[in-house]
Design a protein around this ligand. Structure first.
Ligand code: 13P
Ligand code: SF4
Length: 302
């Protein structure tokens, strides 16, 4: 930790001076997650927590769509993203035009949009979801068929859980699509008795090999509630590091695919964004109201 001390001390001081809080996704590296974050969580928790923030500035230690969501829910606050290049392969995969085409092909089917999308795509949707509430959101609609975009794997995993017909789009997470069922078979062979938890952005064949699938917060809660002796989290690398820090008695097997976008949130980038105010995130006024409505529709489902 000594190598981080200078940046951590500076960031804590800057937060006070700038009336800022740091919201950090579960994929932040431990020095960010445990060193400087004020609020930590999965995409759903960060959206909910963004509604409660009192401070005038939010630093979103995560990716661009998360900062947009925070801005949509806090139009009067300054929202900073440490590195504007922090994108997401899912958000990149789809445009509002794709949604128009899906609506034309499947008239009447509501559009459920994963939060990992741009504000413009959210604005073309009926309701948002995260991996933490997708089943609940789909069930709340009470329909036999939905358009669920842009993650083809999440859509197929949720279709299997709900029995609802799901039309989707060929998007995928560049981190989770790289896991294979063989990875899990090999983990089980090498670590008898291991509990395997997978993120539902993984292909369905991977989820089928796991003991449980859920959002990053769901995985964390599973570990806390069930306290397995050995666990493998089939998700982004930093997740295991962060959960393991709170559970020194549990053995973590660490299959690891890095998200290059999340990893742009270094302490140096966070310090620089607070020092300079650079990388403020704005949402186009023409799309903001409809995008906000899709997020608020999601948050209203309890
Ligand atoms: P959750 O934290 O909502 O599970 O999302 C995972 C993810 O990949 C966010 O980019
Ligand atoms: Fe996007 Fe996947 Fe990275 Fe999450 S982990 S930000 S879904 S590319």
């Amino acid at each position: 930790w000594a190598i981080y001390e200078d940046d951590v001390t500076a960031i804590q001081r800057l937060k006070q001076e700038q009336d800022a809080v740091i919201l950090a996704h579960n994929y932040m590296t431990p020095e960010v997650f445990h060193g400087v974050a004020d609020i930590r969580g999965d995409s759903l928790a960060l959206a909910r927590e963004a509604q409660q923030v009192d401070a005038g500035t939010i630093v979103l230690a995560g990716v661009h769509f998360m900062a947009e969501t925070a801005k949509l829910l806090n139009p009067g606050k300054r929202v900073l993203l440490p590195d504007l290049r922090s994108g997401c392969s899912l958000a990149e995969s789809i445009t509002p035009q794709d949604i128009s085409e899906l609506r034309a092909q499947h008239p009447g089917a509501p559009v459920v949009t994963y939060v990992n999308t741009s504000a413009a795509v959210k604005a073309a949707s009926d309701i948002c979801c995260t991996s933490g509430n997708a089943v609940q959101i789909i069930r709340s609609l009470g329909v036999a068929k939905v358009i669920m975009i842009p993650d083809q794997y999440l859509a197929r995993n949720i279709a299997a859980q709900t029995g609802v017909e799901v039309v989707t789009h060929p998007g995928s997470c560049e981190v989770h699509e790289r896991f294979s069922p063989l990875d899990i078979v090999q983990i089980r062979e090498g670590h008898p008795g291991v509990t395997v938890l997978a993120h539902p952005e993984c292909p369905p064949e991977v989820v089928a090999e796991a003991d449980f699938a859920g959002s990053t917060a769901d995985m964390q809660h599973y570990v806390e509630d069930n306290r397995p002796a050995k666990v493998a989290l089939i998700t982004e690398c930093s997740m295991s590091d962060n959960v393991a820090a709170d559970h020194p008695d549990i053995e973590f097997i660490r299959p690891c695919n890095l998200c290059p976008h999340m990893k742009r949130n270094t302490l140096a980038a966070i310090r620089a964004t607070l020092e300079t105010g650079r990388h403020e995130v704005h949402v186009d006024a023409a799309t903001a109201p409809a995008a906000r409505a899709a997020i608020e529709a999601m948050l209203a489902v309890r």
